[in-house]
Ligand binder design. Structure first.
Ligand SMILES: [Mg+2]
Length: 229
């Protein structure tokens, strides 16, 4: 019997890809308005090329774009357009970072079923995880007395360590916990290594690589979790 549910954050509860797309468009538009001579849709594509190269959480994306993709070597110009892009991104961030539409009403029902045993187990650092929970308004739906972030073990999924730390702290048995994430390679693999039940958030999957890992459940829509728990 499932007594607790753990969630990955990005692309599972939060529509992270849409957020990245909208903020890339806003940053591109701001740089063009600041005088960068390029088509904004090409700039937005180049932002994603930087993400592909350095990771989606890379903190110097606009700088890399201007230096590597646009070849800007005049530092005064570089700084000015870079800051325009960063401000464009930041302004948009607070409107664009949202949960999938079904998430909050479903978590409300799930909380009633599980007596508030809904947790976050994420690879995001603690400050980023909290920032995202505040911006999206997710935190009232979660058991935030225990938030499991990268800082807890300093090991990333698919390491079983973050899940073992969760079990140790909450005292649940592995088979009593269902973990939901969008990555077969990280979420499903890591959680099943620690003996948890797993569900794949198929609606949040970006690329479908061929991976042996088999989740116990597959969610086409977030709401379907109510049929499992
Ligand atoms: Mg994810």
């Amino acid at each position: 019997m499932i007594r607790a549910v753990g969630f990955d954050l990005d692309n599972t509860l939060i529509d992270f890809m849409r957020f990245k797309e909208e903020t890339a468009e806003a940053a591109a538009k701001a740089m063009v308005e600041a005088g960068l001579d390029e088509d904004p849709s090409i700039l937005a594509e180049q932002i994603f090329e930087v993400y592909d190269e350095y990771g989606i959480e890379y903190q110097k994306t606009i700088g890399s774009l201007l230096w590597e993709k646009q070849g800007i070597r005049d530092f005064r110009e570089f700084e000015r357009i870079q800051q325009a892009g960063i401000v464009g991104y930041q302004r948009r961030k607070f409107q664009s970072l949202k949960t999938y539409p079904e998430v909050k009403p479903t978590l409300k029902k799930l909380n009633e079923k599980l007596n508030r045993s809904i947790y976050i187990i994420t690879d995001a650092p603690r400050n980023k995880a909290w920032q995202r929970m505040y911006i999206t308004g997710l935190y009232p739906y979660l058991k935030t007395e225990h938030v499991f972030t990268l800082d807890k073990t300093n090991e990333r999924k698919p390491s079983p360590k973050p899940f073992e730390a969760f079990l140790e702290e909450t005292m649940f048995k592995p088979e009593e916990v269902l973990y939901i994430g969008d990555s077969l390679e990280r979420d499903v693999k890591g959680a099943s290594r620690a003996g948890l039940k797993t569900a794949l958030a198929k609606y949040g999957q970006i690329q479908q690589k061929k991976i042996e890992e088999k989740p116990d459940y597959v969610l086409e829509n977030f709401k379907e979790i109510l049929e499992i728990v």
